[in-house]
Design a protein. Structure first.
Length: 202
């Protein structure tokens, strides 16, 4: 499949029903927004570069805008919308259209006895709202879905792990690397768009 247009993405995602994840007493819920836009022949996704912060397991990582569900949030979609507004000043109620929801992804925040599940929502950005990152965001970048899907953007990088370093695969987006949880979200997304798509590894 080479057609990653918004129309094709919307068609594929419309009838998709994500797996229901069993939520336990210690399960923490979070949501992210995969915000897309059409730029000429390319479909691009919006990523944030998280600011470096002590104690944050995702400090300095590339990610989709998002965060933990607050008690005031009526559901996880509202969490994704609220976090995008807080982090980037982009109001998806005014400037976005929901295309659908992707598979839940289990996260590992590096804390014992904590189970966290992240729900990604895919939005089409409509119009050109001004993007203004808050203090939690060091920068933002647009990445080509076509280059990621085809493997052209595939790369790897060494990261610190207990006992040393380890190489992890990811996608190069304007010199930064999308890896880890966000990389797995993209795995699910690409498999939804094309069941014959195979994840590339180093």
């Amino acid at each position: 499949m080479s057609d990653l247009s918004i129309a094709t993405i919307e068609e594929r995602i419309r009838s998709y029903e994500p797996t229901r994840y069993e939520v336990g007493e210690k399960t923490r819920l979070a949501a992210v927004a995969a915000v897309l836009r059409q730029q000429g022949s390319e479909t691009q996704a919006l990523f944030i570069l998280r600011a470096r912060k002590d104690g944050d397991p995702w400090s300095g990582h590339m990610a989709f805008p998002g965060g933990h569900k607050d008690p005031e949030d009526s559901d996880l979609q509202e969490t994704a919308v609220r976090e995008t507004l807080e982090e980037l000043n982009v109001d998806l109620v005014k400037h976005g259209r929901l295309l659908g929801r992707l598979e839940h992804v289990k996260a590992n925040p590096g804390r014992a006895n904590i189970d966290m599940v992240v729900t990604p929502y895919v939005y089409l950005l409509e119009g050109e709202p001004e993007i203004v990152p808050n203090e939690e965001v060091a920068d933002y970048h647009w990445g080509s879905l076509q280059k990621m899907f085809s493997g052209e953007a595939l790369t790897s990088r060494e990261f610190q792990v207990p006992g040393g370093t380890q190489s992890f695969p990811g996608y190069d987006v304007e010199g930064e690397i999308v890896w880890g949880l966000t990389y797995r979200v993209l795995d699910h997304f690409f498999n939804l768009l094309d069941p014959n798509w195979e994840r590339r590894e180093f």
